[in-house]
Design a protein around this ligand. Structure first.
Ligand SMILES: Nc1ncnc2c1ncn2[C@@H]1O[C@H](COP(=O)(O)OP(=O)(O)OP(=O)(O)O)[C@@H](O)[C@H]1O
Length: 251
């Protein structure tokens, strides 16, 4: 808990100080393609507080996935600094990044990447087996509403259900951070909303810091803050006065 300012005095209590978990300064990413250099990030400065729900918007090619991948330790910047709490991620070696990801980050991608020959339960178990302090596998499956389907194989599930398995797999290790790259990109309207509800519930019930990339500007209503990227730069950051539930969004 943050200390209360002015305790014991007549001063009004200051709003609670929420610790910053991600801190990026001058983040730059350049991809070398033979003779050609593609600058994906042009010097991004960003703080993300513990428990924030961030939506990352921007045109195709604006650098959203590059930024998310660097925050999640899947990639490293070409220049600049990025840290998660006390972990410096720029300049970290592969082993250090692997440990960081394993201990702190759950990923959800547009495509679910489940193992087809394993059941729902076994897909989630696989991650629980290598986690330090996993939640019970059945609890993770329950949190995404798939208890009745836990012995089914991915091919027996709809796209939205497979995405919910991917979310169960991401959260079973109790990550402090959930990074989602177009989690509803392959889903229809109703199914996409159901997946967003699951992500919202994880955020609200577990206090997970969440970053969601989307092309769908309506989803921005779910966020505490909306970060709009353009051409590798943060174009603007908007704070929502209050977050909307997925059921309140329409597109
Ligand atoms: N591995 C790579 N090699 C070369 N260039 C890359 C690579 N990954 C991304 N880029 C380039 O970096 C820029 C930013 O890409 P990025 O995928 O981060 O954008 P994005 O906003 O996530 O796009 P989209 O919405 O289409 O997924 C683009 O110009 C892209 O072509």
């Amino acid at each position: 808990m943050a200390p209360e300012a002015g305790a014991g005095s007549s001063a009004e209590a200051a709003p609670p100080v929420v610790p910053v978990v991600f801190r990026a300064r001058g983040l730059r990413k350049v991809y070398a393609m033979g003779e050609v250099e593609v600058v994906a990030l042009h010097g991004v400065d960003l703080d993300i507080a513990a428990g924030e729900f961030i939506v990352l918007l921007g045109a195709s090619g604006s650098g959203k996935s590059t930024l998310l991948n660097i925050l999640g330790g899947l990639d490293v910047p070409s220049a600049g600094e990025v840290a998660y709490c006390e972990h410096r991620l720029d300049g970290a070696g592969e082993a250090e990044l692997t440990r960081f990801r394993r201990e702190h980050v759950g990923f959800v991608f547009q495509f679910y990447n489940l193992i087809p020959s394993l059941t729902v339960r076994e897909n989630v178990q696989l991650v629980a087996d290598i986690a330090d302090d996993p939640m019970p596998v059945d609890e993770a499956i329950e949190r995404v509403g798939l208890t009745a389907r836990r012995d089914h194989f991915p091919s027996q599930l709809s796209g939205g259900e497979q995405q919910r398995v991917a979310i169960a797999r991401a959260i079973v290790k109790r990550p402090a951070v959930l990074l989602c790259d177009e989690p509803t990109g392959a889903l229809d309207y109703a199914t996409g909303k159901r997946v967003l509800e699951v992500i919202e519930r994880i955020h609200d019930e577990l206090g997970t810091t969440v970053v969601v990339i989307t092309h769908n500007a309506a989803i921005a209503g779910m966020a505490d803050r909306v970060i709009v990227l353009g051409d590798g730069r943060i174009q603007r950051i908007e704070r929502n006065a209050h977050r909307l539930r997925p059921s309140e969004l329409s597109w």
